[in-house]
Design a protein around this ligand. Sequence first.
Ligand code: CA
Ligand code: CA
Ligand code: CA
Ligand code: CA
Length: 533
Amino acid sequence: MKKEKTIFALFVIPIFLFSASLKHWKLDRGKNNNSVLFPQQITSLIKVQSLQSKGNNSGLGQVSPKTKPDFPEQVRESSRKAYRFKDAGIATSRGNRDFRFERARRPDRPVIRRPIKHMNRGRPYRHEGPPYRPDEVLVKFKPTLSDQTIKATIAAYQCKRLKRIPRINVYKIQIQTSTTLEETLFALRRNPDVEYAEPNYITYMTETPNDSLFDYQYALYNNGQDIGPPGSPQGEERADIKTTSTWEETKGEEEIIIAILDSGVDMNHPDLIDKIYSSGYDFVNDDSDATDDESHGTHVAGIAAAETHNDEGIAGVAWNCKILPVKILDDLGSGSYGEMSDAIIWAADSGADVINLSVGGGFPSTTLENALKYAYDMNVVIVASAGNDGGAVLYPAAYDDYCLAVAATDYNDERVDFSNSGGLWASNSGPEIDVAAPGARIISTVPTWFWGPDSFPYAWGDGTSQATPHVAGLAALIKSVKPNLSAAQIMDVIRYSADDVNFVNNLGIDNYIGYGRINTAKALVPTVIKSSR
Ligand SMILES: [Ca+2]
Ligand SMILES: [Ca+2]
Ligand SMILES: [Ca+2]
Ligand SMILES: [Ca+2]
């Protein structure tokens, strides 16, 4: 059929922008003032082109001097050279890829961690209200006291015994409403039969990871903090996907595999190195090493499943789940439906539980649909990006039967559109949208060579590409807890547990954020459903 022929020539594009790289790329690409984030994509789709030229005028997401690597001039020069190679055009791209590939794989290169203390304000998990139960006391009596005497003593204070903690012989007692906690404590402490009495302090969730950039990950936990270094916008409290509660329930299982079908993954990245299931497959160069020579896939992989609580970089949604890198985009960030379809089937056959597709094209394809069906029938959960041009939902996301189509929200729980992105981009919309997740100013991993040698390998990214791996991470967490659920059931759990954050103007399911912004706590922890609403 004529139609099929054209379809194979279509490009898929990574649905995101590295806003962090705006300034940097402009600097390195002085000769190309109109190019923005991925000038190479100008060849892919006109839509992207217009998006880019708008983006160039926007101040959104420019990396702060604090996060921007500050390497010496000669290093910067060599970095520029690397990008000039890239600028030299498609014809020399292969040589350029090899050059950077060598650098990325050089085993003896030390990883220098930038001092990042100034970036981390060390915000603990904040509990609201008094730091203890106002009507409860923990008290331990002298061991010589009989149970009878203890009972009588508790009654004498007109308190009610709630519980005895065995082994350490501590009693939790409830004080009467007419006295204050302080009065009861004072009285108890004066009693010679009492070894000690103390308030019953509130414990906080312990699952706040120590990753140095966690404070910037408003998408995971938003306390209304500045979402980046000083001068960054402030997020709206709890405009997040509530991972800290979720991690109490599960951090994911190591057997659960998230396939990242993208530009590859930097498998030597300090925040990813221990999360890689295998070196994957490279459908662009037809080899079994899906190393990232572009950057997009590394950023996406980090969001879904960066190593968490390792004193390094960021937290991933799925702490313990593994990443399967699959390369379908070339070093210029484009790929074809044929490679994508091939890769979807390969990933399913290779044991992937979740497939993340932060890519999209403007046209339907029977081949692509068949590949999606194959994976879906094997109970692989497929999540795909809606697109960033404000238009119709792209493919594969638009395949309602097989994909969760993901739109993007921001740090205020608002769908990203041209008005709140500074004219830079807008999350695509349509009846195919299932859910939304944060996709504005998302910090994640970039290849260690990205900013130049020995730089700080993290960057902000913007787009539905960034929203999608949050959902992929959630799918992996659900699968970890309930491995017998079908793909359809997991998709439904994700849909029905979402928060309808735009209910004021768009009550219920709508074309912008579908069922709503995902809520990992509601999806995984039945007991928190009430409180997180
Ligand atoms: Ca390769
Ligand atoms: Ca980390
Ligand atoms: Ca859909
Ligand atoms: Ca709605």
